[in-house]
Design a protein around this ligand. Structure first.
Ligand code: SF4
Length: 356
């Protein structure tokens, strides 16, 4: 039972807090079902809190999830590997490379069907009526504007039938301004507002510190006071608007979105000798030998066990750990339990020596 003055904010398992409905794009994203297509780092804005990493910031590069790519077809391949149910087209500002963005949206819809939900982030600075119309014709479902006041582009996007949202970071000292913005967006009829916890990154840390923002003691990335400020805004929105408002904590990305996305990719690419962990990593046993002759002798002894040869390594499943240890001890190799990210970079995240 609510007491006077209390409001009902819905807290999700992921840590998100919602007034009204969670936007469809966010729901799919939090469940790790969306491909993150970084279509360019180019952007006409220079936000002081811009979180983009050095290799992406204001340069014309493309990434599909964590992988650097150079074509739309590579993005489709990544979407296939993770069994994506939708795509978030991000940047930079995707409208700076409008033709490439249109090509990607058309290709995604053609390849995965009209149900493949596509949302796009933009500053709105290049969102002319003609550009929005072409995006709609290409099949784009949802536009998220990074703006601090309603603009004609929001109205035009609504008229064209997009789901229209506004997405901003929560600056801890801007509760009053954000409340005012939400009032205006409510009157403008936007479908939702997404408020992100302000995050420190290697590229924006100095700029945030200079403005007096600080890290929260219990988080390596979240800014102090951002969550509390967002809660105040959500409580106000619950009582004073009809908006759907979603607060997305910094922890969601690592704890849910990325982990679940990695898990789906890992399941799809795991070799028979690799075990997919709950964290979405791949576990395997590797036995390293110093010469090809010894490796051949080891291979002859593994019988029907699932295995592979990679360079001078024999790779086996974790259920063959005992066999691997015996091979290492008898033939003079070194056995390891190793854990990798299921990404194209195949990054090693753990290596534990088992024998020799
Ligand atoms: S709009 Fe986004 S990508 Fe562009 S500067 Fe601002 S935060 Fe960075």
């Amino acid at each position: 039972m609510l007491r006077d003055g209390e409001v009902a904010l819905r807290r999700l398992l992921t840590g998100s807090v919602v007034v009204g409905e969670l936007p469809l794009g966010c729901d799919l994203c939090q469940r790790g079902l969306k491909l993150v297509l970084f279509i360019t780092g180019l952007c006409p804005s220079r936000c002081f809190y811009c979180p983009l990493s050095r290799d992406r910031r204001y340069v014309d590069v493309m990434f599909a999830n964590e992988a650097r790519i150079s074509s739309v077809s590579e993005a489709l391949e990544e979407a296939r590997l993770m069994d994506a149910q939708g795509t978030g087209v991000t940047g930079g500002d995707p409208l700076v490379v409008l033709e490439r963005t249109l090509e990607a949206i058309r290709a995604l819809k053609r390849e995965f069907g009209s149900d493949h939900h596509v949302h796009l982030y933009t500053t709105g600075l290049a969102a002319t009526p003609a550009a929005l119309r072409r995006l709609r014709e290409a099949g784009l479902d949802e536009v998220r504007f990074h703006v601090f006041r309603p603009t004609p582009a929001l109205e035009e996007a609504r008229r064209l039938g997009f789901t229209v949202g506004v997405e901003i970071p929560m600056l801890p000292d801007r509760v009053e301004e954000t409340v005012k913005l939400l009032g205006e967006l409510d009157r403008a009829g936007v479908d939702f507002v997404n408020i992100n916890e302000l995050e420190f990154t290697e590229t924006n840390a100095l700029s945030l510190l200079e403005r007096g923002y600080e890290l929260r003691e219990d988080s390596p990335v979240a800014a102090k006071g951002s969550r509390e400020a967002a809660m105040a805004v959500l409580e106000w929105a619950e009582s004073n608007t009809n908006l759907n408002v979603h607060f997305c904590p910094a922890s969601v990305k690592d704890a849910f979105q990325t982990k679940l996305r990695l898990y789906r990719r890992a399941v799809n690419i795991a070799e028979p000798y690799e075990l997919v962990t709950d964290d979405g990593t791949l576990l395997r046993i590797e036995v390293e030998f110093s010469d090809a002759g010894t490796l051949r002798r080891a291979l002859a002894r593994v019988g029907t066990l699932a295995c592979a040869v990679e360079g001078a390594k024999l790779v086996l499943g974790v259920d063959a750990a005992e066999v691997a240890v015996k091979l290492a001890e008898s033939l003079g190799g070194t056995a390891y339990l190793r854990e990798y990210l299921p990404t194209p970079s195949h990054t090693l995240v753990r290596s534990e020596r088992l024998a020799r």
